[in-house]
Design a protein around this ligand. Structure first.
Ligand code: M6R
Length: 614
């Protein structure tokens, strides 16, 4: 988590850094800070607890002139959110300043050793330890900043993306990464660096994604130089960015989350484009076409992911089992990595991650690769770590997702998993051509169906007023609607802070039914599928206990309409496509409940978009 930005050039350093921090604020917003090498030759650090807007207010009367600077927006790991723990951090003598995204696992050991050498610490952070260590090495060994950074990183265990400034060397930034993302933008006579490319997309489209163990030397007027920890020169692979500035703005919506919910007709169209061909009769997934033998011979599929991506993964299990008749297991990456998992070369491991940077998912990939499995990635962020660490994969192509609560990425992931399942089924011959064509043709209609579902917006906004002050919610679904219930509950709790639980509807009677009363709304996802009659019984069980029911049903439903207190009607689709359609009203319901409660939906408390720590 945390976002870092750096700039070296003739532009307005402070403005570029602040704009960059706003773009990276989704990564954490516990505190923000900048370090600028002023015209007086000193490094000036300005930092405050809270959001980037607090920092701007704090800096309003400061002298911010500079030609080089680094900045940080924090998601606290070591030490509470405070002005003191905010980055950047100085070395004791004020000679170097550092920003860091990641965690230094052996920081305590290093800190104790440095204290024995007389270093004094001012914050509780692991990052200050790194600043002091670099400066200690630089002074003791009388070496350059680059060499001191390299030597320090040899001693460090953990994850980092860092940018370091030196007072006596104002035309240089040293940057390095290990397990946390870092990208360098190359402009005309200027360099940018950031946790993702969004801070510099309007200045340059040329960038270099730093690899694990690489150190970049960014010097004014000189070409970029990259070396590894062993001081060997690395190849510089310049990539052209596809991101556009309009994708990073709210485009008239009050929040990114609402914009992203409403973008889904077009994001799903982008996700489907080129993959459903020949009028819907054929599914074309390059990652499957290029690895036919792997998918033909797979004995088992293991899906690893976290959070919303895990919910998409659970849907992937239903889809892959149904369509391809391959056994599938779905694991939380954070549990998988420490569970001594049994993975063999006959397994295909699918890692799902919007950001492509989730630390636990990356660790799960490494374990799977070591065990000889074929690893396939599903991600949104082009050039992120997961697409680079996996053997093959599929982008969801939904554009940058800025709202911390995942919406369009979830539907994109489910769409890709549906297409992947169809493509594998086509290859293995586990589905007949007619059924594939039926689903394929329906997929082509999804963007227009989603548009229709979004027309429920005002009805849902009104409905949300009834439930704003509920303290608990239960979300129920069966079959394909069960992961949708889990996702609906997660959306509500993360942005409105209302406790919500997702459950398989039939499991309710084994415990949660005890919670049902007039105070607790139950949201039931009940499209016309093969479990419809079963879920009608579950609706009746809730009703019989006086529970308040909100049901997502298909247009024309009469049975549940007569039982539920409120219904939201969505168009009918083949069963395997219903999750995309039914999850959208739940996104809107959470959004409006959170808004009614006055919550910051784009930046919910304690959360960050990209979870690059364990
Ligand atoms: O970037 P990833 O998809 O790997 O992120 C996984 C989770 O952190 C993420 O889905 C999280 O649960 C979202 N806040 C959910 O809205």
């Amino acid at each position: 988590m945390c976002g870092i930005v750096g700039y070296l050039g003739d532009g307005n350093v402070y403005d570029i850094l602040i704009k960059g921090l706003h773009r990276l604020e989704y990564r954490g917003y516990d505190s923000a800070g900048v370090a600028l090498v002023g015209n007086d030759g000193k490094i000036n650090i300005f930092k405050t607890k809270g959001k980037v807007s607090n920092l701007e207010a704090f800096c309003a009367d400061k002298n911010l002139e500079s030609k080089v600077g680094i900045a940080h927006t924090r998601w606290a790991t070591h030490g509470e959110p405070s002005d003191t723990n905010a980055h950047p951090h100085f070395s004791e003598d004020g000679n170097i300043a550092i920003v860091h995204n990641g965690t230094i696992e052996n920081y305590k050991l290093l800190k104790d050793a440095l204290e024995q050498h007389g270093c004094k610490f001012h914050s509780e952070t692991d990052t200050e330890v790194l600043a002091q260590l670099i400066e200690y090495i630089r002074v003791t060994n009388n070496c350059s900043l680059l060499s001191a950074v390299r030597q320090a990183l040899h001693q460090v265990v953990g994850a980092y993306a860092i940018a370091v400034l030196e007072k006596n060397n104002p035309d240089t930034i040293i940057a390095a990464r290990q397990s946390s993302p870092l990208v360098i933008g190359i402009g005309e006579n200027e360099y940018f660096l950031a946790s993702d490319a969004s801070p510099f997309v309007e200045y340059t489209k040329s960038c270099v994604y730093l690899k694990d163990g690489e150190i970049a030397e960014i010097r004014r007027g000189e070409p970029l130089k990259i070396t590894n920890l062993a001081n060997e020169e690395a190849e510089i692979d310049v990539t052209k960015l596809e991101m556009s500035i309009s994708q990073l703005e709210k485009g008239g919506y009050p929040h990114f989350m609402l914009k992203e919910i409403f973008e889904q007709p077009s994001t799903l169209r982008d996700c489907i484009r080129g993959r459903v061909v020949a009028d819907g009769t054929h599914i074309n997934i390059n990652g499957v076409n290029d690895n036919k033998e792997v998918f033909l011979n797979a004995k088992r599929i293991v899906i690893v992911a976290c959070g919303t991506s895990w919910h998409a993964g659970l849907l992937g299990k239903y889809l892959l089992q149904d369509m391809c008749r391959i056994p599938v297991v779905v694991e939380y990456a954070s549990e998988f990595r420490y569970s001594n998992p049994v993975i063999t070369p006959d397994d295909v491991v699918i890692a799902i991650s919007q950001s492509g940077e989730t630390a636990d998912t990356l660790a799960a990939i490494q374990i799977a690769k070591k065990a000889g499995a074929f690893v396939f990635g599903i991600s949104n962020v082009v050039g992120s770590s997961i697409p680079r660490e996996t053997y093959s994969g599929c982008y969801i192509h939904v554009g940058p997702e800025i709202g911390v609560a995942s919406t369009k990425a979830f539907t994109g992931q489910v769409m890709v998993l549906t297409l992947l399942s169809l493509a594998i089924a086509q290859l293995r011959g586990t589905m007949d051509e007619e059924t594939i064509a039926k689903v394929g043709k329906s997929i082509l209609k999804i963007p227009s169906y989603v548009k229709k579902v979004l027309k429920l917006n005002e009805q849902i906004e009104r409905l949300s007023l009834i439930f704003t002050y509920a303290r608990n919610f239960l979300y129920l679904g069966r079959g394909y609607s069960y992961p949708v219930a889990l996702e609906g509950a997660l959306k509500l709790k993360e942005i409105s802070y209302i406790h919500a639980e997702g459950y398989p509807a039939a499991e309710m009677k084994h415990g949660p039914i005890a919670l049902i009363d007039q105070e607790m709304p139950t949201v039931i996802i009940a499209p016309q599928d093969h479990l419809y009659d079963k879920i009608v019984s579950n609706v009746q069980q809730v009703k019989a206990r006086g529970g308040k029911i909100v049901a997502i049903v298909n247009e024309g439903d009469t049975v549940i309409r007569n039982l539920a207190d409120h219904v939201l009607e969505v168009p009918e689709m083949p069963e395997c496509l219903t999750p995309i359609i039914t999850s959208i009203p739940l996104q809107l319901l959470s959004y409006y409940i959170a808004i009614n409660k006055g919550k910051d939906v784009d930046m919910p408390r304690n959360l960050a978009k990209s979870v690059t720590v364990e």
